[in-house]
Design a protein around this ligand. Structure first.
Ligand code: CTP
Ligand code: MG
Length: 427
């Protein structure tokens, strides 16, 4: 799927124009599916008022990579006021006006939302937020973006506008900041993690970084300390299950960033590399990879305080740290899956089967994983009611008998039915 649009099938002219602007004509048929009634309507309004409208940033990168973008952002030369006027005149509803300060207007057409942002320059940034000024200069808007591959625009007629060699970098699978890495990072420190995430998405090999980029990251890593845990976690999660994750996590340690990300200072890199090899092709959850770094439950608690992960994610980390050594195959048990199914049967943990599946990914137990994924938890056929019917009345005795029967049932590989089990009850 990669590079459908980057292939020689890309048609038409490629030219180097004014101020190193590279333009190229793409076949609109390649992104035809984006042209819904809503987008056609939107384009019509901008055309009528003679304002330019282009697809911007990440969506262009995705389209050029043959990937359908999850969200499509639009950029325009129209100011928010002009957009509001245009939409009001055309009777188009606008929603969610909180983006307006940063130039974003969200229009609803044919039950679709379109986020359109006025070209802008970030005049002042504090490493997290930006004060913006509107412009009609496309290059200036490209210049404030983080990575060259994220700085392109695509006209609805198929013209690609590329000021910072994003196209070439995408083709060569290079991840580079627009202009000065240091400056781009200082505008928003989260970009350090975005750099790693896109490295995983784009680069073909680990270790292909520019030294200037790594220096800028190392020198500005402390800035991550002021970024909210929620934003960090969104990026870290994607990075942990992307390509080259072991390399990137190791890099996070060697660039001394771990302390700002809620990761343990003495993270177990060797274990993490092993686990990544074991799990990477088995759709692990992000926490399955990251848990390998933790040496104790206390370190998980600290990570949670910093990143505010979900309860489910935290419980998975605690589960893996606790059971990665305790829950294993047993020499005396010919059925290798049995310790795991027994654990699930006895467990009071929520969603224990999916946690044990993650544990098997962690350990690289491929065969057991596929068996366990197909296994459905059998129902223990005896209840307290059944024992009461046999005349056992003491609650304590019912509890103890149920436990004994449960052990017998487990030994039978969950095969014994109610009658067989009740025959063990001595009255
Ligand atoms: N810290 C950031 C976040 C975003 N952007 C710019 O805003 C665009 C859209 O941002 P967003 O949707 O958050 O990221 P995408 O690059 O689209 O990635 P994803 O596929 O995760 O949506 C990016 O492509 C980039 O041009 C940026 O420069 N700096
Ligand atoms: Mg996006």
């Amino acid at each position: 799927m990669w590079s459908r649009l980057l292939s020689p099938r890309v048609s038409g002219r490629a030219s180097l124009c004014w101020r190193s602007l590279f333009t190229m004509q793409l076949k609109t048929s390649e992104f035809q599916s984006l042209f819904t009634d809503g987008l056609n309507g939107l384009a019509e309004v901008f055309e009528k008022h003679q304002h330019e409208l282009r697809i911007a940033g990440g969506a262009v990168r995705d389209l050029l990579s043959g990937k359908r973008p999850e969200d499509v952002d639009f950029a325009t030369t129209a100011t928010p006021e002009e957009m509001k006027h245009m939409f009001q005149t055309a009777g188009i509803r606008m929603i969610n006006n909180k983006g307006e300060k940063h130039g974003t207007i969200t229009a609803r057409l044919h039950n679709e939302s379109f986020e359109v942002t006025t070209l802008r320059v970030d005049v002042q940034t504090d490493g997290r937020h930006a004060e913006v000024e509107f412009t009609t200069d496309w290059q200036k808007d490209a210049e404030r973006r983080d990575l060259t591959i994220n700085s392109m625009f695509l006209g609805l007629d198929g013209t690609l506008y590329d000021y910072y060699r994003g196209y070439e970098d995408l083709q060569n699978r290079k991840v580079r900041f627009v202009g000065s890495a240091e400056q781009r990072i200082k505008e928003d420190y989260l970009r350090i993690l975005r750099y790693f995430r896109f490295y995983g998405r784009v680069a073909s090999e680990p270790g292909d970084h520019e030294s200037e980029t790594l220096t800028a990251i190392r020198e500005n890593g402390h800035g991550l300390g002021a970024i909210s845990g929620e934003r960090i976690w969104v990026e870290l999660k994607k990075l942990a299950v992307g390509n080259h994750a072991a390399h990137l996590l190791q890099l996070i340690y060697s660039l001394e960033l771990a302390q700002y990300l809620g990761l343990p200072p003495d993270g177990d890199i060797d274990e993490m590399k092993r686990v990544w090899q074991n799990a990477k092709d088995r759709s692990p959850k992000p926490m399955t990879i990251l848990a390998a770094l933790f040496r104790s439950p206390e370190q998980v608690e600290k990570m949670d305080i910093r990143l505010k992960v979900s309860r489910e994610e935290k419980n998975l980390a605690l589960f893996l740290v606790k059971y990665r050594r305790e829950l294993c195959k047993r020499e005396d048990e010919p059925d290798s899956l049995k310790p795991f199914t027994d654990f699930i049967i006895d467990s009071r943990e929520l969603d224990s089967q999916s946690k044990v599946c993650e544990l098997l990914k962690y350990k690289g137990e491929e065969k057991l994983l596929s068996e366990l994924s197909r296994w459905s938890i059998p129902r223990f056929p005896i209840s307290g009611h059944d024992l009461r019917k046999l005349g056992i009345t003491s609650g304590k005795e019912i509890g103890a008998t149920l436990q004994k029967l449960r052990d017998i049932w487990k030994k039978s590989h969950y095969q014994m039915d109610k009658d067989e089990l009740l025959s063990y009850v001595k009255l």
